[in-house]
Design a protein around this ligand. Sequence first.
Ligand SMILES: C[S@@+](CC[C@H](N)C(=O)[O-])C[C@H]1O[C@@H](n2cnc3c(N)ncnc32)[C@H](O)[C@@H]1O
Length: 327
Amino acid sequence: MLPDLTAQDGVLRKLILYYFQGVLNFVLKVEEIAELTWNLQQCFIEATVLNPLLLKYPINKNFSRLYLKKLIDYLEPHQEVHDELYAELCNLMDNNSKEDLYYYRHYVVNNDISNVISIRETNKMVVNGTTGMRTWEAGVMIADWAICNKELFKKKKVLELGSGVGLTGIAITKFCCIEEYIFTDCHSEVLNTLAYNVSINFPNTKSKEKDGMTMFNLRNKICKIGVMPLDWNDEDLPGLAPDIIIGADVVYDPCIIKPLCNVIQTFLNRNNNLEVYFATIIRIEETFKQFLLSLDERGLKYDILQQEHNVHFAWDANIERCLLKVY
Ligand SMILES: C[S@@+](CC[C@H](N)C(=O)[O-])C[C@H]1O[C@@H](n2cnc3c(N)ncnc32)[C@H](O)[C@@H]1O
């Protein structure tokens, strides 16, 4: 689904946003193509292929090649096509033989390309035995919801389970005035990429290793960020007592339901007021039902939350999903 751009958005803004957001199924009307003169094409090139952020943290080359090819195909019958568009396309075609496993995605906040979260990730579902090396739709969805409900997070200690490459937590840390955010996962490559993604999105941050955790101290903010291993199957969970637990797309496998519920129960036992928020994509209805049943059996209450879509981030609202508060 295309992000919801309002009618007054010019074609230039629309094309730049789609390039950032990895949207390829765009359509240009004849009158929009007429607007795309050499000068406007120059602006597009500067905001995208020559953008310093994208030069430092390059997007998926295959996407970029297909996008520029499509744009040139639209322009050629009606406009003089900018040399740099051809040059960039040729460059990408030369490099086309080898597709990168990892690249950067730039998640645009509030449709403003000067306000992005850059994440190093893959587009593969599973890499080295983990689903954690990419951002899943539930992660974007709960980040959007959290920013819409930032008062819930103010001065709170947040623990995230199965953080993956970190989009959700980076968004909450940037926009929700929390006191502490601890990212966790069980996979070492995921944890390394996660710590790297935290470091590039908080560039003025110093990190140090302490008690098995990578700690980041933000200079301008009174907020602590940590990245640490936490496996839901572990007997001994870290001695943290969060106010809020977040989990995005962690309910996807029947085998993890019991350990995941054990983790929630342990932290609830430490703090009666703990609030747990899960964003789930319902791929297999039965697995999700089993999870709800397991919460019931433990006497845990839950509410299904409603959410507006595509408020701060673009995500696909057509997929079957659920946002749950457990307490
Ligand atoms: C589908 S990914 C979701 C990643 C991220 N939350 C998102 O929405 O983009 C599931 C994540 O759970 C992690 N995970 C799976 N089993 C786990 C376990 N037993 N303990 C801790 N994390 C686990 C995976 O490593 C992966 O990062």
